[in-house]
Design a protein around this ligand. Structure first.
Ligand code: C5P
Length: 401
């Protein structure tokens, strides 16, 4: 990795302070970083901070005589292996989607022949605005990669998607793109993620609090290692990871059908929080409040998708992995689940740990037939990367676990 070069465009958002940490992480990994700081970016971080951390000159002006003499802006756009925009503000994304070239940052984005990765950062309403959705769709169509944004509390006091991904997650997305190592090339892998939603009547649902974050992060990490990934997702509000085939479903029965279509597979990773039961019959009309008091719900059991995939006879994927969200005796319950489901690994986590369910971190136990690994608490993106590496080792025959 020693010779890799990143061109980092720092846009004008409060998240720009996190880009300083990103530069530090990249330099620590011996990746060369050259920075472009937009005019708005300069309101949040100083060129001096970026120059000190990147150990290089910081470029700011499209029409700077000295900069052009040293390194023309076309050369600047091509001297890197990867162009990263962090924070990618709504304005920068809009101008890039339009193909404008009215400052050094957008001119560079238009002139580059290198892959581009953006880390969007903006207020939740700006992120959800139809104009931003249009620009995002254009940028994705143009082949631009995305990392984040995350869901959470924002500097402006609001809450929702739009917060820039953490520097560690951007750093890992950069590593994945710079890394020519694709040990899962040609492997077909299924990931289920998110909750399922089981209709009671046309307006009411039985569902759960799964965010889908861990499953989506695993799908992204597998795709980064070259796998051909199908992600069967319940209703979640997350962007599709780059290079992943996504199938959206609502119910467990639909999830099972989508998983069957994905066979044959090398591996299946069931991260979804599938509803255990569904109403026996979905009412065609909204159930009315009546004098007879609350109605009773007749429930039937949903198919166990994981157990079904682990029991597909000769067509069984060679590695079937289940997740177990537990609130007590994590190891014992995880081990019992391994036997009951007939899968190869159970990845168990204690969801009573603050910040795990729906949050950004996870602390997991990997339980296999003949072993146990306990991983320290880490961001879900990092846990995903480690799981993807472990899967690659297993499928390539380097580990019996
Ligand atoms: O049965 P339990 O929900 O405890 O097991 C969790 C594991 O089983 C997860 O991997 C989940 O994706 C999977 N599962 C499934 N289909 C179900 C229930 C759980 O695939 N109906």
């Amino acid at each position: 990795m020693g010779e890799k070069r990143v061109l980092l465009i720092v846009g004008g958002g409060i998240a720009a302070y996190k880009s300083l940490e990103l530069v530090r992480l990249l330099r620590k990994a011996q990746i060369a970083v050259r920075c472009i700081l937009t005019k708005a970016g300069e309101a949040f971080v100083t060129p001096l901070s970026l120059a000190a951390l990147s150990e290089d000159k910081v470029y700011q002006d499209l029409f700077s005589l000295t900069d052009e003499a040293e390194m023309g802006h076309i050369q600047l756009s091509r001297s890197a292996d990867l162009v990263v925009v962090a924070p990618a503000t709504a304005d920068l994304m809009a101008r890039a989607a339009q193909g404008l070239a009215n400052d050094l940052a957008t001119t560079t984005l238009l002139a580059t022949d290198k892959p581009v990765l953006m880390a969007p950062a903006m207020n939740v309403r700006m992120w959800n605005h139809p104009a931003t959705r249009r620009n995002l769709a254009t940028l994705i169509q143009d082949g631009i990669g995305l990392v984040g944004p995350d869901d959470g509390a924002m500097a402006c006091g609001e809450f929702g998607p739009g917060r820039m991904a953490e520097p560690q997650a951007i750093f890992e997305a950069i590593l994945a793109r710079l890394n020519p190592h694709r040990p899962l090339a040609g492997k077909r892998i299924l990931v289920t993620a998110g909750p399922t939603a089981e209709p009671i009547d046309p307006v009411r649902l039985l569902t759960n609090r799964s965010s889908g974050k861990q499953g989506f992060a695993i799908a992204a990490a597998l795709a980064d290692l070259g796998a051909d990934v199908t992600l069967v997702a319940g209703p979640v509000n997350l962007p599709t990871p780059l290079g992943v085939r996504r199938v959206d479903i609502e119910t467990a029965v639909q999830m099972q059908a989508a998983c069957q279509v994905a066979l044959p597979l090398d591996a299946a990773i069931c991260v979804a929080a599938v509803a255990d039961w569904r109403p026996a019959a979905e009412g065609l009309q909204k159930i009315k409040k009546g004098a007879g008091g609350p109605p009773s719900l007749d429930l039937v059991e949903n198919p166990d998708i994981l157990a079904g995939l682990a029991a597909t006879g000769p067509a069984r994927p060679s590695l079937v992995i289940g997740f177990a969200a537990e609130t007590q005796d994590v190891e014992a319950h995880g081990r019992a689940k391994l036997a009951k489901k007939g899968c190869d690994w159970i990845i168990a986590n204690d969801v009573t740990e603050p910040g795990v369910m729906g949050g950004e971190d996870n602390a997991v136990l990997i339980i296999t037939k003949d072993g146990l690994e306990r991983w320290d608490r880490a961001p879900k993106t990092r846990v995903a990367r480690l799981i993807a590496e472990k899967i690659a080792q297993n499928l390539n025959g380097k580990s019996a676990a």
